[in-house]
Design a protein around this ligand. Structure first.
Ligand SMILES: Cc1cc2nc3c(=O)[nH]c(=O)nc-3n(C[C@H](O)[C@H](O)[C@H](O)COP(=O)(O)O)c2cc1C
Length: 177
């Protein structure tokens, strides 16, 4: 097992997947990691639909390809669809009072847990925010009134080369007082 800093260095968005299929047990552990993520008032405003099915996965991929984007998902064997669920009353009141979108923050945190748990198990991922939400809901039987917030593509990378991270400098994004 690597340490946390090695793990976050290893995690990157994968846009080239091999043919290798994913064991659903590995995806279950990823959801377990998301399940224990922190959330405002412990509201846990999320649910996860795992698609790891040679019949359904290609159809999900097509919903991610609006405007010619995300073509790489054709080769991706599995997806996790992250749906926003109703936050607890206290979290909603707190968010209104403080003018904060706590549910979005919470879902981002759960997603971070999920993709890092995947990386820890050797599984590559790509978080996807551009998709056809209506088609997806119909296909996966997700009620119309709910919002799909993210889709996570998951599979095994075609190469094990890790790219250098392209990020702002620490000095440009931080202040130590
Ligand atoms: C909310 C969100 C939405 C994203 N949507 C897409 C997307 O639709 N397609 C895609 O290829 N990558 C998408 N990404 C991946 C980002 O482009 C990627 O995380 C960023 O460029 C940093 O690169 P890295 O993940 O390889 O470190 C998304 C990431 C986030 C957090």
């Amino acid at each position: 097992m690597e340490n946390f800093f090695e793990l976050i260095a290893k995690r990157e968005s994968c846009r080239d997947y091999s043919e290798k299929q994913v064991d659903t047990e590995i995806l279950r552990k990823c959801i377990e990691a998301a399940r224990i993520a922190p959330s405002a008032c412990n509201s846990q405003p999320w649910s996860f639909t795992v698609v790891n099915n040679s019949g359904l996965s290609p159809k999900v991929a097509k919903c991610l390809q609006e405007l010619g984007m995300n073509k790489f998902t054709d080769k991706c064997p599995a997806f996790v669809v992250v749906t926003e669920e109703e936050a607890t009353l206290i979290a909603r009141i707190g968010g209104k009072a403080k003018n904060q979108e706590y549910a979005s923050i919470d879902i981002g945190l759960a997603t971070a847990h999920l993709v890092l748990a995947a990386a820890e198990q050797g599984l590559s991922t790509c978080i996807i925010g551009m998709f056809n939400e209506r088609q997806r809901k119909e296909m996966l039987d997700i009620p119309k009134q709910k919002r799909i917030r993210l889709v996570i593509a998951a599979g095994y990378a075609a190469t094990d080369k890790i790219r250098e991270k392209n990020r702002k400098n620490l000095e440009d994004i931080s202040r130590f007082m």
